[in-house]
Design a binder for this molecule. Structure first.
Ligand SMILES: NC(=O)c1ccc[n+]([C@@H]2O[C@H](COP(=O)([O-])OP(=O)(O)OC[C@H]3O[C@@H](n4cnc5c(N)ncnc54)[C@H](OP(=O)(O)O)[C@@H]3O)[C@@H](O)[C@H]2O)c1
Length: 430
């Protein structure tokens, strides 16, 4: 096997990075794999588009079967995005016994099990390192580096757009709307940012991480998802005063065989390593039974960082081919799924309330917590003179979700409480 032939589905941001690496790092890859990796064809939508790299224009095609049915091609790299079309092309490629690499988190979160099963049936590789955390080798970190450990919990900042927005809101005291506009003009946020800001992109990545960390077939429907659109400047301001930072995090936790996976804006202590992950950077914090705490940090997207993950997968496929072990690294969920009930999901909570600015209001609120036997870790009260009311901000001690929901309702019904403005979980204390 002195030559390997690769077909690319897509020549956009990631595709361009992959072609760049395959062009400029040939010698390094040949040393690692003992073979030369050659680009055979590249699928695009618009063949007349001006490309950053134009030396492969003669390889462009708009016909997917030039790649997925091409007997000369050994490995297909799917970097076109979307779901149904790419799913169909990957199935065809696998049927034709081609190994597949994809960067497509949307596809892997929704149809990963089906595609992995198809790959296993065909004795083909299907790698997808770039689908979570861009250039951060987190999937390999879980399946190889931490393979011997039992993972208790993952906390991930896995969406660069929302991390950029919350970082800017926190460091420059600006509103969500202002930062979103700026992020869109700089290209850090899409013109339709809903999948990012509503938490769906992060939820999809948490599905992929949960499969690998726990070998449990979690689906998107199992993930509780809350985005960042309602995070107010006041929430960030009070969090800071109390020693916390708000981040959109994905959390996947396994306890007594029961799993909880969620994505939500969450308070982290400012001295927690994840609190200093700013702007478009990503990080995944892993709690293992034996290893303790580890953090995987790096660029979560971008042309070359993402391409590094894709081409590293390509090197794995080439090495597997050399040793005749393709399809043997497919990781299918082995464990039964049991979701954690609300009365065993534990957390601390942050609450921000608008209350009547009258004597005894605060003691009525703290009295309610006393009656309900829920202790408070921090309480601050500040008048909002212009509105003739006061703002009360509370951080509770650890409680379970069911108890918190009951107390939340009692608080909202209290005569001195005008409005419960926000509530977030507080993580990272243990
Ligand atoms: N960008 C990142 O930093 C990043 C990070 C991690 C994962 N990913 C994932 O990587 C994948 C690719 O992302 P990207 O940012 O590189 O996308 P992109 O810049 O939009 O590029 C998509 C490429 O696919 C081609 N394409 C799209 N639909 C097609 C169709 N129906 N038929 C033929 N060609 C088609 C486009 O052709 P034209 O060039 O002719 O338009 C383009 O070359 C996505 O799944 C994304 O989620 C991206």
């Amino acid at each position: 096997m002195d030559k390997l032939s690769v077909g690319l589905l897509g020549f956009g941001t990631v595709g361009t990075g992959v072609v760049h690496l395959l062009t400029n790092e040939q010698e390094k890859f040949r040393q690692q794999t003992g073979t030369q990796i050659l680009i055979n064809k590249i699928l695009v939508k618009d063949p007349d588009k001006i490309r950053k790299i134009d030396q492969y224009n003669q390889l462009l095609t708009t016909e997917p079967s030039d790649i997925v049915d091409n007997p000369e091609i050994d490995i297909v790299i799917e970097v076109m995005g979307g779901i149904e079309e790419s799913r169909k092309h990957i199935h065809t490629a696998l049927k034709n016994k081609k190994h597949v690499i994809t960067a497509n988190k949307d596809l892997m979160a929704l149809h990963g099990s089906e595609l992995l099963q198809a790959a296993a049936n065909q004795g083909c590789d299907l790698y997808y390192e770039a689908s979570v955390g861009g250039g951060i080798p987190i999937l390999r970190g879980l399946t190889d580096g931490l393979a011997a450990d039992r993972i208790k919990k993952l906390i991930g900042i896995v969406n660069g757009t929302t991390n950029y927005i919350l970082s800017k809101m926190s460091h420059h005291s600006v509103s969500y709307e202002e930062v979103l506009q700026e992020a869109q003009s700089l290209g850090f946020a899409e013109s339709d940012p809903s999948s990012d800001v509503e938490g769906l992109d992060a939820a999809r990545k948490m599905v992929i991480l949960s499969h690998l960390a726990y070998s449990i077939p979690v689906t998107l429907d199992d993930v509780v998802v809350e985005g960042i659109t309602h995070v107010a400047e006041e929430d960030i301001l009070y969090s800071k005063k109390l020693g916390y930072t708000i981040k959109l995090v994905g959390i996947a936790e396994l306890d007594n065989g029961e799993i909880d996976v969620r994505v939500a804006p969450t308070l982290l202590p400012t001295n927690h390593p994840l609190a200093s992950v700013d702007n478009e950077y990503n990080a995944i914090y892993v709690y293992g039974h034996s290893v303790g705490e580890t953090m995987f940090y790096g660029p979560g997207a971008g042309e070359l960082p993402t391409a590094i993950a894709v081409v590293s997968d390509l090197i794995s496929v080439a090495k597997n081919m050399k040793h005749g072990i393709n399809g043997q690294h497919i990781f299918l969920p082995q464990n039964e799924k049991k979701l954690k009930p609300a009365d065993s999901i534990e957390s601390q909570y942050f609450l921000r309330l608008h209350v009547k600015d009258e004597p005894g209001a605060l003691s009525k609120i703290t009295g309610l917590f006393n009656e309900q036997e829920m202790s408070l870790q921090k309480v601050i009260q500040e008048p909002i003179v212009s509105k003739k009311l006061a703002e009360v901000v509370i951080i509770t001690h650890t409680t379970n979700q069911q108890r918190f929901e009951q107390i939340y309702q009692l608080l909202a019904d209290l005569d001195v409480v005008i409005d419960v403005k926000s509530n977030y979980r507080v993580e990272g204390m243990n």
